[in-house]
Design a protein. Structure first.
Length: 144
């Protein structure tokens, strides 16, 4: 995911305000990397990554460059999502990302290693099966 965050940053460089002593470049790069990390870790619960990233970086880009910046962010985020959907799961493993996605009764994240090809450990594999269950079909209400 490093290549996507750096691609966004490189494409945004011509549109950024360059002020001496300002931390704009560092903040934009950090925002890009954090967005990509979040996409990799939990893209199912990241509703609008382009909007979130653009909201974080728009203060570092002048008004006349913001439309182009939004297009750059959106294009690269869509490419990253497409990559995540097509890449084999074992290629996407990162350090610390092998933990189960479930939480314990006390509310702390489960620390067990997940099963190959699943998002959950052996103790929580029933949660994976619930997500794959057939959708519930409701019948129309009858008039009494």
């Amino acid at each position: 995911m490093y290549q996507f965050s750096r691609a966004i940053y490189r494409d945004l460089l011509p549109y950024m305000v360059d002020r001496r002593g300002d931390q704009s470049h560092r903040r934009v790069l950090e925002a890009c990397e954090q967005t990509m990390d979040r996409l990799l870790a939990d893209r199912w619960h990241f509703a609008r990554p382009s909007k979130v990233l653009f909201a974080e970086i728009r203060n570092h880009i002048p008004m006349e460059g913001q439309q182009r910046a939004l297009e750059i962010v959106d294009r690269n985020i869509r490419m990253a999502i497409r990559f995540l959907e097509t890449a084999p799961p074992e290629d996407l493993l990162i350090a610390g990302a092998r933990e189960c996605r479930a939480h314990t009764r006390k509310g702390t994240p489960c620390e067990r290693e997940r099963l190959p090809g699943l998002d959950y450990c052996p103790s929580h594999k029933h949660l994976e099966e619930e997500h794959e269950a057939a959708p519930i079909v409701f019948s129309p209400a009858r008039a009494a």
